[in-house]
Ligand binder design. Structure first.
Ligand code: ADP
Length: 483
C-alpha cells in the first residue's frame, strides 16, 4: 500500500501527517510555535522556528512509521513573507506574517495614485497589506543593505513553501506553486506569470522571485531521517482545504475556521471579479488545468478564541470555550468587533481595532464569549450574502479547521446561516489537500481518489428570526465603528 507524507505549515503550528492510499491518517505530529507582535499591527515569526518545528514533526512521524512513503506534499500559510541569503539560507529579517498591517500607509498611497484597479485586474486581489508585495518592499527598504544585496542577486524571496523547499530539498530549489504565487500581488493570474509592471511598481528585483510551477509538479527531494522522499505537491493552505474537501466542481465551496477563516468557491476556468471585496485567486493547477476561485477572507477567527484564552484568561484551553458558548446564541445584546488586525472581506479596513459593545454590569463571560463566536458566524454570513448576489447558490457549506471540533460553534454557524453544514470525518482537510496534490504529482488519477464526507448539521428554523435581527444590530455596530 502506498503512503504519502503531508507537511502542513500553519500560522500557529506545524504538522506532519502520514496518510495511506485510502486517505486515512497513519501517524501525525504537531508542534506549536509563537508569533511576536513587536508593534501595533505588526505580526512576526522566527523563520528558524518555523523550519525547526517542521523538521521536528517530520522526524517524529518518520520515527513512528517504518513503511515506504511514495511522495510528499507541502501546504502552508500563504502571503507570509521571508527573505533569505542565497548563500547561507539564513533569513535577513523575521517572517512577516500575513496578518501584519505595517504597510497600510504604503497601500493608501498607492490607492491615492490610482493603482488599485490595475492591481485588481492583474492579480484578482484588493490593494492591501495582507499580500506579500508591500511586505517585501518594506524589508528591502528597512533592513540595512537589503536593497543592494537584492539587486546584486544575493537575496531570495519566498512564501513559506519556498523557504521550506529551499531548506528541506536536497537540490536547494527556489520554487513555488501557482496558488502561493497568486497571493503575492506580483503574479498575473491571467497570464500565470510574474508581472513585470507590478515588480517595477513595488521595486522588487525579479532575480529574488521563485520559479512558479503547477501544484502537482516535481519540487525536489526531501531528505530527512536518512530517507529521501520526492516532493510532488505544493499548494497554499486554503486552496489545499478546497482540494481536501473535494471541491472540484464549479460552485463547490468550503469554509475553513483556523487562525483566520477563509471561504472559497471553485469557479473552474472562469475568472469572476466582484465589487464587494471578495478576492479572485488561483484554486489549483493540476493535470495542466487551472481552476480559479473566489475567496472571502476573515482575519480574526481562532485568533479571537486564543485571545480570550491567553489574554482574558476566560478559559485554559480552546476546547473549554465551548462551555461558555450559549447554544442558542443569546449574548444579552453584547456584540464583538473582531478586528485585532483590522477587518478583511468585505470591509477591508486596516485601521479599525477590536472591541465589545453593549457591556453592562450584568454582562458575563458567557455573553462575551458567545458574542465573539457569533462575530465569526456573522462575518461568514456577510460573505455568503455577497456570493448569493452573484447567483452562486449555497445549499450547504463544507467546513473544516481547528475550530470545527467545537460542535456548539458548528450548530450556531448552521443556525445563523440557516444552511446545512457538512463536516468531514478528517478535520485536517488542509493536510489532506497537500496529500492529494502529491498523489496526483506522483501519477495517481484524481478520479481514483475518493474523499469521504462525515457529519451533517442542520439549522434550527426556530432561531432564524432571532439571529436575523441580531445580525443586523451587529452589522450596525461594525459599520459605525468603521465610520
Ligand atoms: P491554523 O492552521 O491556522 O494554525 P487550526 O486549523 O489548527 O489553525 O486551528 C487552530 C485555531 O482553532 C486556534 O486559533 C484555536 O484557538 C482554535 N480552536 C481549536 N479548538 C477549538 C475549540 N474547540 N473551540 C474553539 N476554537 C478552537
Amino acid at each position: 500500500m502506498n503512503s504519502f507524507l503531508a507537511i502542513d505549515q500553519g500560522t500557529t503550528s506545524s504538522r506532519a501527517i502520514v496518510f495511506n492510499s485510502e486517505l486515512e491518517v497513519v501517524t501525525e505530529s504537531q508542534k506549536e510555535y509563537q508569533l511576536t507582535h513587536p508593534n501595533n499591527g505588526w505580526v512576526e515569526a522566527d523563520p528558524c522556528l518555523i523550519l525547526d518545528t517542521v523538521q521536528e514533526t517530520i522526524t517524529n512521524v518518520l520515527n513512528n512509521y517504518d513503511g515506504v512513503i511514495s511522495s510528499c506534499g507541502i501546504t502552508n500559510q500563504r502571503e507570509t513573507t521571508i527573505i533569505w541569503s542565497k548563500l547561507t539560507g539564513k533569513s535577513i529579517y523575521p517572517a512577516i506574517i500575513w496578518q501584519d498591517r505595517r504597510t497600510n500607509k504604503l497601500c493608501e498611497e498607492l490607492k491615492n495614485l490610482n493603482h488599485e484597479t490595475m492591481i485588481k485586474d492583474k492579480t484578482g486581489l484588493v490593494l492591501d497589506p495582507y499580500f506579500s508585495a508591500t511586505k517585501i518592499k518594506w524589508i528591502l527598504d528597512n533592513v540595512p543593505n537589503a536593497r543592494q544585496e537584492a539587486e546584486g542577486g544575493n537575496l531570495l524571496f519566498g512564501t513559506v513553501d519556498s523557504f521550506l523547499l529551499f531548506n528541506l530539498s536536497k537540490e536547494k530549489n527556489h520554487l513555488t506553486d501557482v496558488t502561493n504565487a497568486s497571493r503575492t500581488m506580483l503574479f498575473n493570474i491571467n497570464t500565470m506569470e510574474w508581472d513585470k509592471d507590478l515588480l517595477e511598481l513595488f521595486d522588487i528585483p525579479v532575480s529574488m522571485m521563485p520559479e512558479v510551477r503547477s501544484c502537482d509538479s516535481n519540487f525536489g527531494t526531501l531528505v530527512q531521517n536518512e530517507k529521501e522522499i520526492a516532493i510532488t505537491g505544493v499548494i497554499g493552505d486554503q486552496q489545499a482545504a478546497l482540494v481536501g474537501q473535494g471541491c472540484f466542481e464549479s460552485g463547490s465551496m468550503k469554509s475553513t475556521y483556523g487562525t483566520g477563516c477563509f471561504l472559497m468557491v471553485n469557479t473552474k476556468n472562469e475568472i469572476i471579479k466582484t465589487n464587494e471585496g471578495l478576492l479572485t485567486t488561483v484554486g489549483y493547477k493540476m493535470n495542466d488545468e487551472v481552476a480559479y476561485a473566489l475567496e472571502g477572507s476573515i482575519y480574526s477567527c481562532g485568533t479571537t478564541i486564543q485571545w480570550l484564552r491567553d489574554k482574558m484568561k476566560f478559559f485554559e484551553s480552546a476546547k473549554q470555550s465551548e462551555a461558555f458558548l450559549n447554544p442558542e446564541g443569546g449574548s444579552n445584546n453584547v456584540h464583538f468587533l473582531p478586528a485585532f488586525n483590522g477587518l478583511a472581506a468585505p470591509y477591508w479596513n486596516s485601521d479599525v481595532r477590536a472591541g465589545f459593545y453593549g457591556i453592562t454590569q450584568n454582562s458575563s463571560i458567557e455573553d462575551m464569549v458567545t458574542a465573539a463566536f457569533k462575530s465569526i458566524c456573522y462575518q461568514t454570513k456577510d460573505i455568503t450574502n455577497i456570493l448569493e448576489g452573484y447567483d452562486i447558490s449555497i445549499n450547504s457549506l463544507l467546513v473544516d479547521g481547528g475550530m470545527t471540533s467545537n460542535e456548539t460553534f458548528c450548530q450556531v454557524l448552521s443556525d445563523v446561516l440557516q444552511k446545512e453544514i457538512l463536516k468531514p470525518n478528517n478535520a485536517e482537510s488542509t493536510a489532506l489537500g497537500a496529500c492529494i496534490v502529491s498523489q496526483v504529482g506522483f501519477g495517481m488519477n484524481l478520479s481514483d481518489i475518493s474523499i469521504k464526507h462525515g457529519k451533517k448539521i442542520t439549522p434550527s428554523l426556530k432561531l432564524k428570526d432571532a439571529y436575523g435581527s441580531d445580525y443586523l444590530s451587529w452589522k450596525t455596530y461594525i459599520e459605525s465603528s468603521i465610520g
